[in-house]
Design a protein around this ligand. Structure first.
Ligand code: G
Ligand code: MN
Length: 252
């Protein structure tokens, strides 16, 4: 364990952490509703490239450094938002939280809230995405974790809904403000009436419960057209905008 800790620490010393932002488009208004921040890492000159962000989180988790990495990325994202935000009062900012970090002995809630206060960003515009990188993130665990963010005034999104652990039980446990449909649900929706019916029924559910639907991983015009027909309000994906540095415009 001690050796493993050293490995991740050394890796973090040999790279530069960075954050990119991907637009989330409001299909009704035809404008950008907000951005999701995504952690990235770059090698320092002359050193080999680091693993991808998901693998880095797993390695950090194994070494007891997940909380530190997850928070470092969140802080960078919030600093970039604070630098750029001023004129964009209407935007939502979606931040990923790797819930495995909450198992760390030094975990205490309030980090994100403190950084926001320090930077002067209103809490109501920052959405906490609870994802499913956490294999033990079942509905019961989420139900214990989510109220902490809810009570602090953060809207909550369930990330990757329809994949892995992000199940109907999760939805019932969390009752989120945003439901982000995993790209595996969205893929090929233009040519699959069962997929379309499923998504339309989630839109109906959202309308009844004041829960906004965000389609993730939209890559083709056919998918986008089908999502509009289903009544999906928000969409994100390479078709609409690649992750990049702020400010990013919507593609085409
Ligand atoms: O689990 P989460 O939704 O947070 O995953 C975000 C990841 O998905 C990012 O690394 C981002 O680069 C990637 N991504 C964003 N848009 C698309 C897309 O349209 N297609 C695919 N395959 N990946 C995407
Ligand atoms: Mn996400």
């Amino acid at each position: 364990m001690v050796r493993a800790m050293t490995t991740m620490r050394r890796m973090l010393e040999r790279l530069a952490l960075d954050v990119v932002f991907q637009p989330i488009v409001d299909l009704e208004r035809g404008s950008i509703a907000g951005y999701e921040s995504l952690g990235r890492a770059h090698a320092l000159p002359g050193l080999p490239p680091p693993p991808g962000p998901a693998e880095m989180l797993d390695l950090a988790h194994a070494d007891g450094m997940l909380l530190a990495l997850d928070r470092a990325w969140r802080r960078i994202a919030l600093e970039r938002i604070a630098e750029w935000d001023g004129a964009h009062e209407e935007l939502w900012w979606f931040l990923n939280v790797d819930t495995r970090g909450m198992d760390h002995p030094r975990f205490a809630p309030g980090f994100t809230r403190r950084v926001l206060a320090e930077l002067g960003i209103p809490r109501t515009r920052v959405v906490i995405e609870l994802g499913e990188r956490d294999p033990s993130l079942d509905a019961a665990r989420l139900a214990r974790l989510a109220p902490g963010y809810g009570e602090q005034g953060f809207p909550i999104a369930i990330d990757d809904f329809g994949a892995g652990h992000a199940s109907l039980a999760t939805l019932l446990a969390i009752r989120p403000r945003f439901l982000k449909l995993d790209r595996t649900l969205v893929r090929g929706v233009g040519a699959d009436s069962l997929r379309a019916a499923l998504i339309a029924s989630l839109v109906e559910l959202g309308a009844r419960t004041d829960m906004a639907i965000v389609a993730e991983g939209v890559e083709t015009e056919a998918e986008l057209a089908a999502l509009r027909l289903c009544g999906v309000r928000y969409a994100q994906g390479f078709l609409l905008g690649r992750p990049g540095a702020l400010p990013i415009a919507r593609a085409a």
